[in-house]
Design a protein around this ligand. Structure first.
Ligand code: HEM
Ligand SMILES: *[C@@H]1O[C@H](CO)[C@@H](O)[C@H](O)[C@H]1NC(C)=O
Ligand SMILES: *[C@@H]1O[C@H](CO)[C@@H](O)[C@H](O)[C@H]1NC(C)=O
Length: 499
């Protein structure tokens, strides 16, 4: 099977790399940060500073946390990802400069193996660079405007209603929360980005859901492949590996093609992202919105939105099950807001659920599903406030989660406390959606999805820990995305007063 072949080739490659690395580190490579007078973490050959991660003892994020705490008083620290020197920024002012003020000098993300001829789905907003990114972003940003969100909201509300029905139907004594939440967010993204109803809440064996979960698999072979892509991109290409298997690509490409054909033939319009991109295609703009671009962008919406939103909801439910007072306060707010809007889950009702949104925000602060982001230098620059010169193509790493767990921005940072966002939902230390022109365009959409989901669940059920609930959250070291080791299991009890 290809797994053992890959393992073999990888071993040969690793040996070759050891030789290369010995040469590299005995010459000038090792001195890279020393010569730049940047504090740095002494690397070991081949994996640089990430050896422990490669053998799966520690997660990538726990390594970052270690560097962050060790060099907390510095403005940045130099690390080595394999042989590639990367600047990890620690100082929040410099983070903000890189992301916002000096954006024109750092407008790309470090992208891994973006051979878009081989893998056309990778030609998407998140992976694009330069002028192409800018043009695409200008097309995509308006599709997330509040007017568009408001028009799209009924699609989200339908999925929330379906989530509630599923809970009323299925046994709820011991619910595998991430599994249920993925079914909810798959329906939301399927409906809003692909223009279809995946029916994953009604049917746990829905093909759409199975294909989507295939994309987020974390078995050993997939992890090995990911590491290979990140650390040895040339080997990845050489072996003709793909980020996503051919059947996943074919499945989603076919769906989009069918939906596009159907819309063109019937002229039926729907308030979803697909329609908005289709409208761009039909209008006369300089930007040529091809079917391929519509497809790869629907794909990135799924990739960027599905698991992030479901993880957020899962951690949020965990925290609410643990804190009954908070849960009751939120339920009171939800019931009250629904009452004031005729009992229906409308955009206005959800937009007025302030404490619920604060709770989602606090979840994102503590457990940001994307714990780091990167930038690539695109124009030579001297970091403001320092004399460090950055060259074009130098990679920068921003440890989002480390900053959000720093007591200088959030006192008592390991305590779950939505009230910290009472006065300001977007304080400087909150960067779970990134910041600046390249920040997450889906932030508002994700918030609406999460709050709508919570409103549907909490207005009907109380949440309690069950026998399988872990006493605390411990991140699974095998996953780059944050996951609780041992899963999240909770029990839903129907509210007596509810009919
Ligand atoms: C709770 C849910 C989510 C979180 C925590 C999240 C977080 C992030 C973060 C941290 C980034 C990188 C920002 C930066 O580099 O400054 C990002 C980028 C992005 N996100 Fe999200 N996201 C979420 C949901 C979504 C959803 C629902 C969508 C789409 C429907 C989406 C689409 C994107 C796209 C397309 C990018 C790339 C933007 C670009 O490069 O211009 N995200 N997201
Ligand atoms: C590029 O896109 C692929 C899939 O669409 C994704 O797995 C990868 O993380 C992206 N790279 C960046 C730098 O966003
Ligand atoms: C950013 O790049 C421009 C050139 O494109 C340069 O003039 C400017 O000094 C750079 N910014 C910083 C802070 O170095």
């Amino acid at each position: 099977m290809w797994f053992s072949i890959l393992l073999f080739i990888l071993s040969v490659f690793v040996i070759l790399n050891i030789l290369l690395a010995i040469v590299h580190y005995s010459t000038k490579g090792r001195k890279y940060w020393l010569l730049k007078k940047v504090p740095y973490q002494e690397p070991c050959p081949i994996f640089g500073n990430f050896g422990p991660m490669f053998i799966m003892r520690r997660s990538y994020t726990s390594m970052l946390k270690y560097f962050y705490n060790k060099y907390r008083t510095e403005k940045f620290v130099g690390i080595f990802q394999a042989r590639r020197p990367t600047l990890m920024v620690i100082d929040l002012d410099i983070v903000k400069n890189v992301l916002s003020k000096e954006f024109s000098n750092f407008s790309d993300r470090v992208s891994v193996s973006t051979d878009t001829r081989r893998e056309p789905l990778l030609r998407n907003l998140a992976n694009m660079s330069g002028a192409e990114w800018k043009a695409m972003r200008q097309i995509v940003t308006p599709t997330f405007s509040s007017a568009k969100m408001k028009a799209m909201f009924p699609l989200i509300a339908d999925c929330a209603q379906s989530l509630k029905n599923t809970l009323l139907k299925e046994p709820t004594d011991e619910v595998d929360i991430p599994k249920l939440m993925v079914r909810f967010t798959t329906d939301v993204i399927g409906s809003c980005a692909f223009g279809v109803d995946p029916r994953s809440l009604q049917d746990p064996d829905s093909p759409f859901l199975l294909m989507a979960s295939k994309m987020f698999r974390t078995d050993r072979a997939t992890i090995l492949k990911r590491y290979c892509r990140t650390f040895f991109p040339r080997l990845f290409k050489l072996l003709n590996l793909r980020s996503y298997s051919a059947d996943v690509e074919a499945f989603f490409t076919t769906i989009i093609r069918q939906v596009l054909t159907e819309r063109r033939n019937t002229g039926v319009q729907r308030h979803d992202f697909l329609q908005l991109m289709l409208n761009v295609q039909e209008s006369d703009t300089a930007f040529s919105m091809t079917d391929e671009l519509i497809t790869s962008n629907s794909f990135i919406f799924m990739l960027a939105g599905l698991e992030t939103s479901s993880t957020t909801l899962s951690f949020c439910l965990y925290e609410l099950a643990k804190d009954r007072d908070l849960q009751d306060r939120i339920r009171e707010e939800i019931v009250d807001c629904l009452d004031r809007h005729g009992g229906a889950l409308t955009y206005e009702a959800v937009a007025s659920m302030r404490l619920t949104l604060q709770t989602v925000t606090e979840t994102l602060r503590m457990h940001p599903p994307t714990p780091l982001t990167t930038r690539l230098c695109t124009a030579p620059c001297t970091l403001t406030g320092t004399d460090l010169k950055i060259k074009v193509k130098d990679p920068i790493l921003i440890p989002l989660q480390c900053i959000q767990r720093d007591p200088s921005y959030f006192p008592d940072p390991h305590r779950f406390d939505p009230d910290r966002f009472q006065d300001d939902l977007n304080p400087p230390g909150f960067i779970a959606f990134g910041d600046g022109p390249r920040s997450c365009p889906g932030a508002r959409f994700a918030q609406l999805t999460a709050v709508a989901g919570l409103a549907a669940m909490l207005s009907t059920f109380t949440l309690e820990p069950c026998a399988r609930t872990t006493p605390s959250i411990q991140y699974d070291p095998r996953s780059v995305m944050l996951k609780n080791k041992g899963g999240i299991w909770l029990s839903f009890k129907p509210l007596e007063t509810n009919t």
